[in-house]
Design a protein around this ligand. Structure first.
Ligand SMILES: Nc1ncnc2c1ncn2[C@@H]1O[C@H](COP(=O)(O)OP(=O)(O)OP(=O)(O)O)[C@@H](O)[C@H]1O
Ligand SMILES: [Mg+2]
Length: 306
């Protein structure tokens, strides 16, 4: 897949302190990429470097192959971003705000404005004054504004900050459908794992300016062996039989635990049935992202202490 944003060994030192430490990762076309880390981890700083609001001390950032340092104009034309609160005129309508923003960009047509309004679902309220908008609607207007110039990547720093659960859900759904329909790459930051889990395809975990890990939210790919638990009437017999067949298998509190490819699941069931075992349950044990997250960050802490 095509890489849209790439960071290579990016570091930032402010007043002798390393705020960002050797970050490298890339974001591909059409994915929602989450930037997860506690307060002060360096999310905003990294985003500010990506969009060129501050310089980096070392390293390289490219957007659609263009170097942010050397070809700033060309690189930044592919980016739509809301880093600090989006600038809006509260006493003007949403529509007039968009017109105002469009004046600063070459070649934005009325149709384009209508399109972005439609895209973020503000059609019914776009002619109302912004001061009457909810926070979620303002966020969406901000997103509409940052989409006017057809960016390839949308970057939002904590887009759900201050929103209630319904607002969070709304933004989340819009972002997901934007990525899908427009093949747009989206970078969002947050300190909330649960939220990231629902919104993102991949999550980069950052702690004290360092990249701890990059995870797919859906770890569940077909190639990967997964753990299944199986309840049968005679687990010991089943264990012996399946071991002989070469399966990776254990017994845990009277349940069988098997490592299987998806395709092996019906095989195993068939096999057990043909050997007169009664199967009461066969299910995939999913490890939540939270489990994985804690595992990773604990490991990170262990490594850091070592
Ligand atoms: N201009 C600056 N001068 C000194 N320190 C800075 C500056 N900008 C950021 N920092 C420090 O860099 C670290 C990372 O800050 P940053 O704002 O990037 O974190 P964050 O992950 O966005 O946090 P939050 O979740 O609170 O928004 C913090 O320790 C912060 O104090
Ligand atoms: Mg921040």
């Amino acid at each position: 897949m095509k890489s849209v944003v790439e960071l290579k060994h990016v570091s930032k030192v402010i007043r002798g302190k390393k705020i960002i430490d050797d970050l490298s990762f890339e974001i591909v076309e059409g994915e929602v990429f989450g930037f997860l880390g506690p307060n002060g981890a360096g999310k905003t700083t990294t985003i500010r470097m990506i969009v060129g609001l501050i310089g980096m001390s070392s390293g390289e950032i490219t957007i659609c192959g263009k170097d942010v340092k050397k070809d700033f104009e060309e690189a930044i034309q592919h980016v739509g971003a809301i880093v600090e609160n989006p600038e809006m005129y509260k006493y003007m309508s949403g529509y007039h705000n968009l017109l105002q923003a469009a004046r600063l960009i070459q070649g934005v047509t009325k149709e384009k404005i209508d399109e972005v309004v439609e895209l973020v679902g503000l059609k019914d309220r776009i002619h109302d004054k912004v001061k009457t908008y909810s926070l979620g609607m303002r966020q969406r207007l901000g997103i509409a504004q940052s989409l006017l110039h057809n960016p390839k990547v949308l970057i939002l720093d904590e887009p759900t900050n201050g929103l209630d659960p319904a607002g969070i859900r709304e933004i989340r759904d819009y972002l997901r459908s934007l990525a899908r329909e427009k093949n747009l790459s989206i970078i969002v930051s947050s300190h909330l794992l649960s939220e990231m889990e629902m919104m993102c395809d991949r999550i980069a975990i950052i702690q004290k300016g360092k990249l701890i890990n990059v995870q797919y939210v859906q770890e569940d790919t077909e190639v990967m062996k997964r753990t299944y638990s199986c309840i049968v009437d005679n687990p010991k017999k089943a264990l012996q039989l399946l071991k002989k067949q070469g399966y990776q298998i254990n017994i845990r509190s009277n349940e069988l635990e098997l490592m299987l490819d998806k395709e092996e699941v019906p095989e195993v069931i068939n096999y057990l049935v043909h050997h007169d075992l009664l199967i009461y349950e066969m299910k995939k044990l999913s490890r939540s992202l939270e489990d994985r997250f804690l595992e990773i960050t604990n490991n990170g802490a262990v490594k850091a202490n070592a």
